[in-house]
Design a protein around this ligand. Structure first.
Ligand code: PEP
Ligand code: MN
Length: 345
């Protein structure tokens, strides 16, 4: 249920209402807007509660929530979520995801070596990237393919953050690893294949780090929002939604990057939306046009695979940009961002 307060309703009226609903065992989420205050209620409300609320002082109307997702919905929580990433090093600037700036995360599919992470990190920072990506735990289709460096890879990422200064996003696959990965990562990534691993969602919901949730290969946007609802309802409000392409009958691209997901998710939810054009298309030459289109469509960020030598990459070389091409892309993205009233920080 959603309670919309009257214009000019007092704080005391809002407090009286939240105290009353707490007695009924409901949780209240108060969104003080510039015009009116909106209060979202979670829990099983009885029918007579609705009537009682409607009669309380300061209440304008009581509305049912029609969507299955609540905490992540715009209906329930009209103000945008802006996620703050603290500075990697003393003296660096922190980042905001979901504000006017478009955040660019870049790096290899997999962490391959210390040297790679430190030198590529330095290049990416110089080129203007805001965060470094790199998988230490890799969800591979084949059990015989490289599975990632594990904790050793996380250590290289942490060293990059300390020395070079780019905050880190990296994937977690196992609920038992969440706490440990959270010690190394600034954002924890839940990969497409784990979007409906509900135990993992609950585990990342209990960790104190922002979570980027990637859309599953065959999942609807409503299912993505319901997965985000798991994380938020477990106690972690800092969720980023990521469109990374879905399976369709089309064969020219690895997946079909559903860019309409961006305006849909931004209409339905207050959470920031990031686009991954690399996994979306699967070929490096298609990454730049789709990255630009994503920014034009309103994405709050991009996550792009970059490899120092894509031909030698242990995974996803075909879709990885060379450092030089990545730098050129950033220049073009700045112009697109400005055209839609954003910037690249
Ligand atoms: C990745 O980011 O390298 C990855 C495995 O992505 P996804 O889960 O979207 O396939
Ligand atoms: Mn990859």
């Amino acid at each position: 249920m959603i309670v919309v307060m009257k214009k000019g309703a007092t704080e005391a009226e809002v407090e009286a209402l939240t105290a009353a609903v707490a007695e009924w065992g409901l949780k209240a989420h108060v969104s003080p807007g510039t015009e009116v205050t909106v209060i979202g209620l979670i829990g099983d409300a009885a029918r007579d509660h609705e009537a009682t609320l409607a009669l309380m002082p300061g209440v304008d109307k009581v509305l049912p929530v029609l969507k299955p997702y609540k905490r992540v919905s715009t209906e329930f929580h009209p103000e945008k979520t802006v996620i703050k990433i603290p500075p990697a090093r003393h003296g660096d600037r922190g980042l905001s995801i979901g504000g006017t700036g478009v955040v660019v995360m870049a790096g290899p599919c997999a962490v391959e070596s210390r040297e790679m992470i430190l030198s590529l990190g330095a290049f990416l920072k110089g080129a203007g990237a805001h965060m470094m990506r790199g998988g230490a735990f890799k969800p591979r289709t084949s059990p015989y393919a490289f599975q990632g460096l594990g904790v050793e890879g996380l250590r290289y990422l942490a060293e990059e953050r300390a020395v070079v200064g780019l905050p880190v996003i990296t994937e977690v696959m196992d609920p038992r690893d969440v706490e440990m990965v959270g010690e190394f990562a600034d954002i924890i990534q839940v990969g497409a294949r784990n979007m409906q691993n509900f135990n993992l969602l609950k585990a990342v919901g209990r960790c104190g780090k922002p979570v980027m949730l990637k859309r599953g290969l065959a999942n609807t946007l409503e299912e993505l929002l319901m997965s985000a609802e798991y994380v938020v309802s477990a106690g972690n409000p800092e969720v980023i939604l990521c469109e990374r392409g879905i399976r369709t009958f089309e064969k020219f691209t690895r997946n079909t990057l559903d860019l309409s997901a961006v305006p849909v998710l931004k209409r339905e939810s207050h959470l920031p939306v990031v686009v991954d054009p690399s996994h979306g298309v699967g070929q490096w030459d298609l990454v730049a046009p789709m990255a630009k289109a994503a920014v034009a469509a309103g994405a709050d960020g991009l996550i792009i695979e970059v490899h120092p030598d894509p031909a030698q990459a242990v995974s996803d070389g075909a879709q990885s940009l060379t450092p030089k091409r990545f730098k050129e892309l950033l220049g073009a993205l700045e112009l697109v961002a400005r055209a839609v009233g954003r910037n690249l920080h």
